[in-house]
Design a protein around this ligand. Sequence first.
Ligand SMILES: Cc1cc2nc3c(=O)[nH]c(=O)nc-3n(C[C@H](O)[C@H](O)[C@H](O)COP(=O)(O)OP(=O)(O)OC[C@H]3O[C@@H](n4cnc5c(N)ncnc54)[C@H](O)[C@@H]3O)c2cc1C
Length: 382
Amino acid sequence: MERILPFTEEHMMFRQAFGRFLDQEIVPHFEQWEEDGIVPREIFKKFGDHGYLCTWAEEEYGGANADFLYSVIAVEETVARGLTALFTFLHSDIVAPYLASYATPEQKKRWLPKCVSGESILAIAMTEPEAGSDLQAMRTRAEKVGSEYVLNGSKTFISCGINADLVVVAAKTDPNAQPSYKSVSLFVVERGTPGFERGRAIKKIGLHAQDTAELFFDNCRIPQENLLGEEGMGFIYLMEKLQQERLIAALGGIVTAEACLKLTIDYVKERKLFGRPLSKFQNTQFELAKIASAAQAGRCFVDQLILAHMAGHNIVQEVSMAKYWCCELGHRAADRCLQLFGGYGYCKEYPISRHFVDSRISTIFAGASEVMLSLVARNLGL
Ligand SMILES: Cc1cc2nc3c(=O)[nH]c(=O)nc-3n(C[C@H](O)[C@H](O)[C@H](O)COP(=O)(O)OP(=O)(O)OC[C@H]3O[C@@H](n4cnc5c(N)ncnc54)[C@H](O)[C@@H]3O)c2cc1C
């Protein structure tokens, strides 16, 4: 079925060129980076050199002023190849938009060009050991002292935490603020700031090439010029930007389901057991037909949401539904497809295994499925 998104000739050319770039420059090295637990910093520069980072950024910052469909294409091509752990979309489409929306013109001039070129790698630090789903429980403090803020606290599970040059950090500036959502502000902490340390890269069951780290702030003094937006507006900014983050997560879920389906259809046609192809067993057909039906339904929903998002609509409720449903689907599809690969699916050599481990986190980060369902229920008046 033709997609409803208005892809132009230019979008198609971008898709082809970006896919070729991934096949030539990334795929051959990716297994090594999975072993290393990190993507080399130069890769971000390589993405930047080709104009593949922050494509939406204004031309004065080195961007192409491109529409959101270019970001969609980049996510699709990356996830479809099992390269999710690159996390370049976290840099381009999840963190950099905070700078674009809330930074002053001076801050933008300072930071954005290097984000577009890949010289600066971005991360966002919200989660703490005692504050994940319940972000209000965060303890990291930022106290104003003269013309500086002094940060104390720690963050955990920060994607690209080792590679990051600029980290958007959420910290409490006024823990007793009323209403309580006004307690948090956002800061940009730069690599090398005294008192800012990175902990170990956390060993995970998937997304191996993505450097997930703990961050520590010990009397870390940052100039007041590194406050992002207004003091006390941190939660509001996080909520504003979560729509795009969760939409990208939902898109990732659908692409994962589609990719697993494709890999599995090819495999079951080749694999023979009990004297016939695995594809001829009714169980195989029903399993794959169910995934195909769900992926098609999810694709229509997500494409519709992409259009609404591009039109600037507030679709928080629908995006919460999509984040929950599509990410659950992505991982379920990877699980059911891996089953059809038998023991081979459990081997790293088969790409289905990477989809299985990489998709597991999708129902937990960017808002766990249960958090999404709570939001949906609240909007239903429950
Ligand atoms: C690989 C990876 C990358 C990450 N990247 C980042 C990053 O870049 N920046 C960042 O700030 N954070 C990041 N995170 C953190 C991630 O967002 C949190 O793990 C997530 O928000 C869940 O928080 P938690 O792990 O503390 O789980 P908890 O909050 O302890 O939740 C545990 C479980 O409780 C259940 N639950 C939660 N809320 C509810 C509810 N309201 N009702 C019922 N049940 C509920 C869910 O099943 C949930 O999985 C990352 C995590 C991982 C593993």
